[in-house]
Design a protein around this ligand. Structure first.
Ligand code: AKB
Length: 342
């Protein structure tokens, strides 16, 4: 008998961290994880099996197929937007070939146990591309089908993988008239920048917000790599994990789309700085824009329209901008670094 499990790839990353903690609190389902590096010591005991390896290793995926019955995949492994620009070919391999491997794995899982495998895919606001700041200011909140012209390798990868997921969801093997139909139930969220109290991101371009907050709590000065007026959507990590689980558990019949925008607030970098100073009044935060990273965030929308997610599967972020800082980030981050907040 194969053992029923939930599979999480890239489990050691920021979302994986929050997701494993939340699943553990909720009911401790059997989880197997894949990550290039061993999980944090705090997460290890919360998973049934931790596999250290790559999603490009199809032998590893074959072994999981032979040993486990997977009904749900959270495919979180990716090379993010800034890092992807330094190694675009590797980013393509990991982000696209890796996702194709996982979609194919999910299809085979479904064929072997007969049920559709719910496949959760974190896409990103990087799937959008606004041509200039004037257009960005003019269009404001973008809908899912608008401005799908990404400027980064990561954004191109995310957008294409949304289409791959749609293909596996709707069209797989239909033209070939095979008896086996698509077994992948693909569901994607275009995440905004995420801010966690427990982890610090690396390799992304929305990282300026969490980096600013964590540096202030550690008592370190921080030179923000984007201009003060830079504005993109953000969300606190507990709400991001909540959204992922809400979408995972939604009835398929209520889902009109495969891909949904979500957001909670969209402060400028200067507004984030002002809030950080309320919590950590001594913080030294300056602005030293990096032209390449600035160009990436300038191409991302200043806000997204998440009406479809609210209507179809009950997206309901608990934190607005102020409460994300005062009720979630300040107390937890201060406790983490042993810093006092007013
Ligand atoms: C990044 O900055 O690359 C990610 C994202 C917005 O997808 N955090």
């Amino acid at each position: 008998m194969r053992k029923p499990v939930v599979l999480i790839t890239g489990a050691g990353g920021e979302i994986g961290h929050g997701l494993i903690e939340r699943l553990w609190e909720e009911g401790r389902p059997a989880i197997i994880t894949i990550d290039l590096n061993p999980l944090d010591a705090s997460l290890g005991p919360k998973v049934a099996r931790e596999l250290v390896g790559s999603i490009l290793d199809t032998n590893l995926l074959e072994r999981i197929l032979a040993e486990y019955e997977v009904d749900m995949v959270f495919h979180l492994a990716a090379i993010l937007s800034t890092r992807g620009e330094f190694t675009p070919v590797t980013a393509h391999q990991v982000n696209v070939e890796g996702t194709l491997n996982l979609l194919d794995f999910a299809q085979k899982q479904g064929e072997s146990h007969g049920r559709r495998v719910v496949f959760l895919y974190p896409s990103s606001i990087a799937a959008y591309g606004l041509p200039d700041l004037e257009t960005k200011a003019r269009v404001g909140r973008v809908k899912e089908h608008e401005w799908n012209v990404p400027t980064t390798m990561y954004g191109c990868n995310k957008l294409y993988c949304e289409h791959l997921g749609r293909y596996y969801n709707h069209f797989y093997k239909q033209l070939a008239a095979e008896t086996l139909s698509g077994k992948v139930d693909f569901r994607a969220i275009r995440f905004p920048g995420l801010i966690s109290a427990d982890t610090v991101p690396s390799g992304g371009t929305s990282d300026f917000a969490p980096e600013m907050i964590h540096a202030a709590a550690r008592g370190e000065s921080y030179a923000c790599f984007v201009r003060p007026d830079t504005r993109i959507p953000f969300m606190a990590m507990p709400d991001a994990v909540d959204a992922l689980l809400r979408l995972a558990r939604a009835e398929r019949t209520g889902l009109r789309y495969n891909v949904y925008n979500i957001t909670a607030f969209n402060p400028s970098a200067e507004e984030i700085r002002e809030l950080v100073l309320e919590g950590f009044p001594g913080a030294e935060i300056t602005f030293e824009p990096d032209l390449k990273r600035q160009a990436i965030v300038d191409s991302w929308p200043e806000d997204v329209d998440d009406t479809a997610a609210r209507e179809d599967w009950g997206l309901a972020p608990g934190y607005d901008l102020r409460s994300a800082f005062t009720e979630y980030l300040f107390p937890r981050i201060a406790a983490r670094y042993g810093t006092a907040t007013p």
